[in-house]
Write a protein that binds this ligand. Structure first.
Ligand code: SF4
Length: 384
């Protein structure tokens, strides 16, 4: 069971999932971030077979071999173990770095994962090429901070198919854009150099999709959050991105009810939302994660206030998202089929965004679908 230990809701969900797995077959090995807090898991679920932390593939494999000894096979025993791909055959996550150099006050990821360590560009590209050879049609670039890729190694030059390429987000996007598959960028902070990637989206080399966790719009709250790139003029930037790439889909996440957030600062957030017209948005009520610096800030808000602000935020965004989807009715969209009848357009990342529903299709196949109607989350149409 891979787990998340970030906010309280994630801890609860992970513990519930471990409970379900135990009820299902009784043999559970726990790994991931919550595994790092061994005591928490052991207290609730003392019967798990082993608890390992993030990145501990060896620990997981050792526990699996201990409880489920591997039959000896002279043919495969000498083959080095490969990573295990958990996604369907046609899309894959490509992790380009681990850790983060920022210290957002609500976040404990740097204390769990450490400072930014970028993977060498040659290694990342090799993995991407292997995935494409194995049939992957969509690569989702992930990290804690994609736009910071290469900062830790001073953008060191590596070699990709004999050509020098810098360990840098723009160069990575260019190289991935040559693989002939969908490339989707997640967790991109709005640093100025992100603007350079937008033309690649307009040219169709990477998907016109940007997942930018803005978290808030009030300058004071952003400062209290110690957010990276918080002073960039976000609305202006969004307008400029849309000028270069009118079809860009913008996804973001926000926190409502951060300690000390006043009603007028929250109103500032709502008016930002109205102005920005983002396509997909998630919002969390502030959750005091154990060990986060923000817990020490003055004037924490009562639970009902945080929850009420989150609700108002989501009501406004639901109207915006629904109108944005409605505007797609009558258009023909290229989609990638996840399962018969369920596909995703360029604007939909797996699991977090909506889907496009139509009759037919095989997993991993592209199709052109005429959109006939929309609801609050999904689009519906017919194949052309
Ligand atoms: S940028 Fe901030 S929120 Fe994101 S991982 Fe780093 S510290 Fe956490």
């Amino acid at each position: 069971m891979n787990t998340c230990g970030f906010i309280d809701a994630a801890v609860e969900e992970s513990l519930d999932a471990i409970g379900e797995a135990l009820a299902e077959n009784g043999k559970v090995v726990v790994t991931g971030c919550l595994g790092a807090k061994e005591g928490v898991v052991a207290k609730v679920h003392p019967s798990v077979l082993a608890i390992t932390g993030p990145h501990d593939t060896q620990g997981v494999m050792a526990a699996v071999h201990e409880h489920l000894p591997k039959p000896h096979d002279p043919y495969v025993d000498l083959v080095p173990p490969q990573g295990v791909k958990l996604t369907p055959r046609h899309y894959a996550y490509l992790k380009i770095s681990e850790g983060c150099n920022h210290r957002c006050t609500f976040c404990i990821i740097p204390s769990m994962r450490g400072d930014l360590v970028s993977r060498p560009i040659a290694e990342v590209m090799q993995e991407a090429e292997n995935l494409v050879k194995a049939g992957v049609q969509e690569i989702l670039v992930i990290s804690q901070d994609t736009s910071a890729y290469g900062v830790d190694v001073k953008y060191r030059t590596g070699f990709v198919r004999g050509k020098p390429v810098k360990t840098r987000m723009l160069d990575l996007c260019r190289a991935l854009g040559e693989l002939g598959v969908w490339v989707r960028l997640h967790y991109v902070y709005p640093y100025p150099h992100v603007d350079e990637v937008i033309p690649l989206m307009a040219e169709g080399r990477v998907l016109p999709y940007l997942d930018v966790p803005f978290q808030h719009a009030s300058p004071r709250i952003l400062r209290l959050m110690k957010r990276p790139a918080s002073s960039e003029r976000v609305l202006e930037r969004i307008r400029a991105w849309r000028e270069v790439c009118p079809d860009i889909t913008l996804r973001s996440t926000f926190i409502a009810g951060f300690p000390g957030e006043t009603e007028s600062e929250f109103a500032e957030l709502l008016s930002f939302l109205q102005e920005a017209q983002l396509d997909r948005v998630g919002c969390f009520a502030y959750s005091p994660v154990e060990g986060a610096a923000a817990n020490e800030l003055p004037d924490p808000l009562p639970e009902p206030v945080k929850e009420e602000r989150r609700r108002r935020f989501m009501e406004l965004q639901a109207r915006i998202s629904a109108a944005k989807l409605q505007a797609k009715v009558g258009r023909t969209l290229r989609v990638l089929v996840d399962e018969p009848g369920v596909a995703r357009s360029e604007g939909d990342a797996p699991d977090i965004d909506g889907v496009v529903r139509f009759k037919g299709g095989k997993p991993g196949e592209f199709a052109d679908v005429l959109i006939e109607r929309a609801d609050a989350h999904d689009l519906y149409g017919r194949r052309l």
